[in-house]
Design a protein around this ligand. Structure first.
Ligand SMILES: *Cc1c(COP(=O)(O)O)cnc(C)c1O
Length: 442
């Protein structure tokens, strides 16, 4: 029998110290976001000088003598492209450890496995449907994980604290929530978690904002969780997930590294390469998504055919002050400059990622008419990529939620969710305006 695999194997250690043959030491962390996104993990190849990493498809690696490898042994445990991507992800987050998985949900599954037996998870109540399904149908039914779902936006401190149990190991935050874009005050929830004797870890699913708009680790969270499928890869051609941890979580990162290799829900070398390529323009895309979404949100707000627009960057959003307060340092810089250059002092709106929800006047019929009248916004699930998408949560992404619960969450038949892409601003605004006109023209 072969010896039990060590989870601090050499390829992991090398990946984390960036000393593999074609990854040179990390550039100083004070480089700006875009600089890190372009350079970290993408250093020119020391042998050929190639300025982008090669795609390394090998599943196994030659050992120079028994047990004497060059940092890679078997591709599930570590391969150059995944390791490079992980170093890029850690760098843009401002974290120390990043682990990539075959999907956002594979990340979720692995993170929940790290909690150990008989854990209790306290989650935000309108968590992503797939996360809810995993916790209820897999973790709960097969692993005995208990869970509670709490309104972390509106409940007061005591109500939230009373939902903690002695075995609460994880608090699961998602902000903004989907599709009604309600925000959770992350530092407040971190403070409550730290004050409770069960000392749960706090995880933030930061898929909607990405490390560009929000830095959960700077706000005190223990883990930043991503569906890389969405904005981070950004081109609708990779399914992937990741979790990023700060320097003080070396032990937790090592346990996750062990589970990553042992459960084996890992991304391919090719997908890792694609996602890393996507990240190089993340800052450019996120600025464009934000600027476009703000313009579309304003156009919707001024339309007589729209009942209600939900976008945290609009002053009409009840939590717009929290949205502003929670911007990452690099997003704050961008937003301040954008405001100075583009708006009057009394306009306090600002770009805040690319997701908008709105209620069209009418019901299912008007919703369907609108969604079949857009020419640039494609009727499809998913979000966060360069092309603009639109969908009806009640019948698509959130269709499995019972109608009564949907009603409580504000997900009616006339609620439309937009993922605003990076096409030209004027074209997107025009598309929305013409589709609204077409919907109500007869
Ligand atoms: C899509 C998504 C997930 C799941 O990610 P997959 O890559 O589809 O497995 C988790 N959380 C949020 C917020 C998402 O949008």
């Amino acid at each position: 029998m072969s010896p039990a695999p060590s989870y601090s194997d050499k390829s992991t250690a090398l990946a984390n110290s960036h000393s593999t043959t074609n990854v040179t030491p990390l550039k100083p962390r004070h480089d700006g976001f875009g600089t890190r996104a372009v350079h970290v993990g993408s250093e020119p190849d020391q042998v050929t000088g190639a300025v982008v990493p090669s795609i390394s498809l090998a599943t196994t690696y030659k050992q120079d003598s028994v047990g004497n490898d060059r940092g890679f042994v078997y591709s599930r445990t570590g391969n150059p492209n995944r390791n490079a991507l992980e170093s890029t992800l850690a760098a843009i987050e401002g974290g120390t450890y990043a682990l990539a998985f075959a999907s956002g949900l594979a990340t979720t599954a692995t993170v929940i496995n790290v909690l150990g037996p008989n854990a209790h998870i306290l989650s935000v109540n309108d968590v992503y449907g797939g996360t809810y399904r995993y916790i209820k149908r897999v973790a709960s039914e097969n692993q005995g994980v208990a869970s509670s779902y709490v309104n972390l936006q509106d409940e007061d401190d005591n109500a939230i604290l009373s939902a903690f149990r002695p075995n609460t190991k994880l608090v699961w935050i998602e902000s903004p929530t989907n599709p009604t874009l309600r925000l959770v005050d992350i530092p407040r929830i971190v403070r409550l978690a730290k004050s409770h004797p069960s000392k749960p870890l706090v995880l933030v699913d930061n898929t909607f904002l990405t490390p560009f708009y929000s830095s959960p680790l700077l706000q005190g969270a223990d883990m930043a969780h991503y569906s890389v499928t969405k904005y981070i890869n950004g081109h609708s051609d990779v399914v992937m997930g990741a979790v990023v941890l700060p320097a003080h979580h070396a032990a937790l990162a090592e346990k996750l590294r062990f589970l990553q290799s042992t459960i084996g829900a890992v991304p391919s070398a090719y997908d890792s390469w694609l996602a890393q390529r996507g990240i190089k323009t993340l800052h450019l895309r996120m600025k464009a998504h934000g600027v476009n979404a703000l313009a579309v949100a304003k156009a919707l707000q001024s339309s007589p055919h729209v009942e209600d627009v939900i976008y945290p960057g609009l002053p009409s959003h009840p939590q717009t002050a929290l949205a502003y307060r929670s911007l990452s340092p690099h997003a704050l810089k961008f937003v301040e400059k954008y405001r100075k250059d583009n708006s009057s002092p009394e306009d306090t709106s600002f770009p805040y990622s690319g997701m908008i929800s709105f209620r069209i006047k009418g019901g299912a019929e008007e919703t369907n008419k609108f969604l079949t009248s857009t020419k640039l916004f494609t009727l499809a699930e998913s979000l966060g990529c360069v092309e603009s998408l639109a969908e009806v949560p009640a019948q698509m992404t959130h269709g499995s939620i019972p109608p009564a619960e949907r009603e409580l969450l504000g997900i009616g038949d006339n609620l439309i969710r937009l993922s605003v892409g990076v096409e030209e601003t004027e074209d997107l605004v025009h598309d929305i305006e013409q589709a609204l006109e077409a919907t109500f023209s007869d």
